[in-house]
Design a binder for this molecule. Structure first.
Ligand code: SAM
Ligand code: SF4
Length: 343
């Protein structure tokens, strides 16, 4: 670490952890608030929201992003809570998209506000998007999100298609046992009919209501078996990026791609290149971390970029080796839920 922290500011010394993983990817939560109440994430009554002065300002987010890009971060994803509920989101996207050296700027959203935001976001320089949809059936969508909003989300997707500078359009569905099985074929047809890559992500123990247990996880392999049986065989799409979280398959006739993010059944921690910053500026080096580093206070106490950089490097050096979801008693839930981290 001594060597790591002594680098001169501005040097392109890679941002690495003690296991040799280079960090290229940051997910920045820009709000903890949300207009949905997905059962695998938030309680029906919501959570206690942060106050305005507790969350990072656009200037603080821009400063951090600029610094992280100079330290080797290539990809920035804005998330939340629901990032589209943050006022003036396109303004932030514009500021970040102008940062030299940033290769990809993306957004993860529930899609509810996309119909009006797709154009401003495209104009501001957003390059990629993930829209979360767990069901293509109105009442089942309501059952999961506690909001009757499937149509608004689908309208938002249609609008996105008019802005080809935002590509690819990815759809993320959380895969839960005894629910998602009935959605798989519908999503396959959507991926074959539309220019959307559909990805299933295994349910993780990050829900505020703590309903997660292993038996509620529908694994990627189980979903793939359904697709092979009920739609048609799939072939693996080779990936050139070892840090890619999703394993990609395309239907054997070449029409439609499905992805599987399997953090529970096939952990990918050894290739993890991600860090996260929560809405209130806590740096987290793992989704399941128990330790955080308070970057907001460091910035608000007037730290120079050099001090901020050293704080980040020291925290990243201690990035967790792996998650412990599969290690029985060794696994302890983190006190934050997904919406309070930034998925
Ligand atoms: N509100 C936005 C959305 O839903 O896309 C962005 C924030 S949300 C926390 C980010 C992603 O985390 C979404 O794709 C959501 O489905 C996923 N997610 C939330 N809770 C999860 C859980 N317990 N397990 C797996 N994925 C989860
Ligand atoms: Fe909101 Fe996203 Fe969590 Fe659903 S998953 S409650 S949309 S933050």
């Amino acid at each position: 670490m001594a060597e790591q922290s002594k680098i001169e500011f501005g040097n392109k010394v890679p941002l690495v952890d003690s296991y040799g993983r280079a960090i290229k990817n940051v997910r920045i939560s820009i709000t903890d608030k949300c207009n949905f109440r997905c059962i695998y994430c938030m309680p029906a009554e919501g959570l206690e929201w942060l106050k305005k002065d507790q969350i990072l300002t656009f200037e603080e987010i821009e400063r951090l992003t600029r610094l992280l890009v100079r330290m080797g971060i290539e990809q920035v994803r804005l998330t939340g809570g629901e990032p589209t509920v943050r006022k003036d989101l396109p303004l932030l996207v514009k500021k970040l998209s102008e940062i030299e050296g940033l290769k990809s700027l993306s957004l993860t959203t529930n899609g509810y506000l996309l119909k009006n935001l797709a154009k401003p976001l495209a104009d501001a320089g957003l390059t990629r998007i993930n829209v979360s949809i767990d069901s293509l059936v109105r009442d089942r969508f309501f059952q999961l999100t506690r909001r009757d909003s499937l149509q608004q989300v689908m309208d938002g997707l249609e609008e996105l298609e008019k802005h080809p500078s935002i590509t690819p359009i990815k759809i993320n569905a959380v895969a839960m046992k005894n629910f998602t099985e009935q959605e798989v074929v519908g999503f396959a047809h959507l991926a074959r009919r539309k220019p959307y890559v559909v990805r299933f992500i295994e349910f993780m123990p990050l829900d505020a209501d703590e309903i997660w247990d292993r038996d509620k996880v529908l694994t990627g392999d189980e979903i793939r078996a359904i697709l092979e049986r009920e739609v048609m065989p799939l072939e693996l799409v080779p990936s050139l990026d070892p840090a890619e979280t999703s394993t990609r398959y395309r239907f054997i006739d070449g029409v439609g791609e499905m992805g599987f993010i399997n953090p529970v059944s096939h952990p990918f921690c050894s290739a993890c290149d991600r860090i996260r910053i929560t809405a209130e500026g806590m740096l987290r080096t793992c989704l399941f971390a128990h330790i955080e580093t308070d970057l907001k206070t460091v910035m608000r106490e007037g730290a120079s970029d050099e001090v901020l950089e050293e704080t980040i490097r020291r925290a990243v050096w201690k990035k967790e080796m792996k998650h412990f979801i599969n290690d029985g008693e060794a696994f302890k839930r983190t006190k934050r839920s997904m919406s309070q981290i930034g998925g």
